[in-house]
Ligand binder design. Structure first.
Ligand SMILES: Cc1cc2nc3c(=O)[nH]c(=O)nc-3n(C[C@H](O)[C@H](O)[C@H](O)COP(=O)(O)OP(=O)(O)OC[C@H]3O[C@@H](n4cnc5c(N)ncnc54)[C@H](O)[C@@H]3O)c2cc1C
Length: 427
């Protein structure tokens, strides 16, 4: 899929009205120029606009066209690797900050929804469901770990408990996270874009940055124009391509697929997921699903390379859905799409600065709805001269993919196979 093809998603089909935005033409000056109108870029831009900065966002396609407008919509706390991994890497001061921020993204989203009256079907409560007893043990450990850092919003669910929140025989237990939840992800991005514009921020669509000329000011060049700014923020994530080779070499775009069924009956929706929580399982290549505002089942899963055709996507994801809910064998799938997230070798996000004024954040490894909002706050504060949070993230090591860029796909495909096998063996 090229940068300009529309996404055949349920979200695009049910998006709130949004104005078309012009492509950048000519030269524009700004305090900060952001590359990418996903959550990372929009969140950073919005925090900065709230602080009085003149912000310009350059988006190659349209607002929310990337992962932010295609994802599972699940608000999940912490990071793709949990705090135990961070404990091994961070100094005590940084660990404390990183642990606090692990639970902050969900609150930032709720605050945005409230402050700017964003209509995005926000629902409260997320469930992590264990397929094996070993996964359930791990969830118990996770509850203790999060409690250690002051988070007490997880309730353990035994076999009966999980059955009361999701009518599937697949699970032996789980946890309910009361500050988890779900949203219509594209409508959240569109709402954040409108909020930014209400504060004077400018967004140019169909304006791919093709060159970054370092300097003070830094200059960001598009096909028909350029922006000169005191600071740049690179938030292109999995769709950034080769614009900055030093970022490309330490990350890998991965595809994950989502299908959306026709609306369930009210009775069926209330029976399958009675409290309307979102659910993800605990496999490394996890299934994630939830009901939409109009009671469709939105079901995503796995990491598959090269699946682009909607029929292919349904062939991959439908069996997963039917394994969870056998009674949906005959349900019609109305939408199927794919999206890219950015994997890092450590599965921890990468935040940093190139030179004195080019900031970046990328690589939430498939777990970015909350993190990107924390990233936005951290980058915006760093630009305002308060770099404590930024420094804590930047202190986490970034690793290049072994074998260089040519070998990234085979290596990680092998890694995915390994974890898939590990999930199946329950080890
Ligand atoms: C199918 C799918 C399901 C997911 N489900 C979940 C979930 O349920 N929960 C969760 O926490 N996370 C989930 N994720 C991950 C989450 O969506 C991402 O981590 C997050 O949205 C990343 O946001 P971002 O702003 O960094 O990147 P993106 O949203 O991808 O935005 C990057 C933007 O930059 C633009 N861009 C790139 N290069 C340029 C350039 N040169 N010039 C101008 N613009 C450029 C792109 O067009 C794009 O719009 C999922 C991801 C996918 C793909």
């Amino acid at each position: 899929m090229t940068a300009f093809e529309p996404v055949p998603s349920y979200y695009a089909a049910s998006a709130n009205p949004t104005p078309p935005r012009p492509a950048l033409q000519g030269q524009v000056d700004a305090d900060v120029c952001v590359i990418g109108a996903g959550y990372t870029g929009l969140s950073t831009a919005l925090f900065l606009a709230e602080a009085g900065y003149k912000v310009v966002v350059l988006e190659a396609a349209s607002v929310g066209w990337g992962a932010s407008g295609r994802n599972g919509g699940q608000i999940v706390n912490s990071y793709s690797r949990d705090l135990d991994a961070i404990e091994k890497q961070a100094s005590p001061g940084n660990l404390k900050l990183l642990a606090e921020m692990a639970f902050e993204g969900a609150q930032i989203i709720r605050q945005r929804v409230k402050d700017y009256a964003i209509d995005c079907d926000l629902k409260e409560g997320g469930v992590m469901a264990a397929i094996t007893n070993q996964q359930l043990k791990h969830l118990e450990t996770q509850q203790t770990l999060w409690q250690k850092y002051g988070y007490d919003q997880l309730d353990l669910l035994d076999a009966k408990g999980i059955r009361s929140v999701v009518d599937s025989e697949r699970y032996v237990g789980g946890v309910l996270d009361h500050t988890g939840g779900h949203i219509h992800p594209l409508n959240l991005a569109l709402g954040e874009a409108a909020a930014l514009e209400s504060l004077g921020g400018q967004i140019y669509e169909h304006s791919a940055v093709t060159q970054i000329k370092p300097g003070e000011p830094v200059e960001l060049v598009t096909a028909q124009g350029s922006v000169k700014a005191r600071f740049a923020v690179v938030a292109g994530n999995a769709y950034l391509g080769d614009l900055l080779p030093q970022l490309a070499s330490k990350s890998m775009p991965c595809g994950t697929q989502v299908i959306t069924t026709e609306p369930l009956s009210n009775e069926q929706a209330a029976r399958l997921i009675p409290q309307d929580y979102c659910i993800e399982d605990c496999n490394y290549l996890l299934d994630y699903y939830r009901l939409s505002g109009d009671k469709r089942l939105i079901y995503g899963g796995g990491v598959v390379y090269g699946a682009r055709d909607p029929a292919d996507i349904e062939r991959i994801i439908r069996p997963k859905m039917q394994k969870t809910f056998p009674e949906l064998a005959k349900i019609k799938v109305d939408y199927a799409w794919t999206g890219n997230f950015l994997l890092t070798l450590s599965r921890l996000p990468q935040m940093g600065r190139i030179g004195s004024n080019i900031y970046y954040s990328q690589g939430c490894s498939g777990h970015g709805v909350t993190f990107t909002h924390v990233a936005g706050k951290s980058l915006a504060l760093a630009i305002q001269g308060q770099a404590e949070r930024f420094d804590a993230f930047a202190s986490l090591p970034h690793y290049p993919f072994p074998g260089g860029r040519l070998f990234r796909v085979p290596f990680t495909a092998m890694g995915a196979l390994y974890y898939n096998l590990r999930d199946r063996l329950g080890i």
